[in-house]
Design a protein around this ligand. Structure first.
Ligand SMILES: [Zn+2]
Length: 180
């Protein structure tokens, strides 16, 4: 999710006050019940963004207890990724889980909002996509800390506006290994 942009001059000022003092220890957040029953999570990419396979590879470049597998086949995937165009909303990416009648997770939908992401630099778009894929690993949002799962793309102590993060950090990777 994104927060509204705040003037970068303010963000820089705040960063100058805090980056060497309050940002220290992080701890991943796990979303209860969002873990798939398999550790090979099949992803169907219909975003049309070149950054999507790159973001998948960013995660897969680490040896973790779960990984993504891209497929081109429109069936039997765990995560379906699509591009949407919603100009009226504030978010740039969203992940929705689907549970069966027994409460077991069986699918997720990741929406990448072109209304916002289409205006982003490529590395920011890649950051949004990699972040949403982190939700696919059952990682929850964190705020104000320098991790990929920082839920704020822009704003105070944000993932892109402040920290410039677009790949999984040690804390993000530890979260995946804790979930799987
Ligand atoms: Zn998020």
């Amino acid at each position: 999710m994104s927060l509204k942009k705040i003037p970068s001059i303010i963000a820089l000022f705040i960063l100058s006050l805090t980056c060497f003092s309050t940002i220290a220890v992080n701890a991943y957040v796990l979303l209860q019940g969002w873990t798939f029953s398999t550790s090979t999570i099949i992803v169907l990419d219909n975003t049309g963004y070149s950054e999507t396979p790159t973001a998948v590879n960013n995660w897969n470049s680490y040896v973790l207890d779960a990984r993504f597998s891209l497929t081109g086949l429109p069936f039997s995937h765990h995560i379906g990724m699509v591009r949407v165009n919603n100009p009226g909303v504030g978010w740039d990416g969203a992940t929705t889980p689907y549970f069966d009648i027994w409460g077991h997770l069986y699918k997720m939908k990741i929406e990448i909002n072109h209304a916002t992401c289409g205006t982003y630099a490529s590395w920011v778009r890649r950051s949004v996509i990699a972040h949403e894929l982190g939700h696919g690993f059952s990682l929850g949002d964190q705020y104000f800390v320098p991790v990929l799962m920082n839920g704020a793309t822009w704003g105070f102590n944000s993932r892109c506006g402040t920290f410039g993060i677009f790949t999984p950090q040690a804390d993000d990777r530890a979260g995946v290994n804790a979930a799987y």
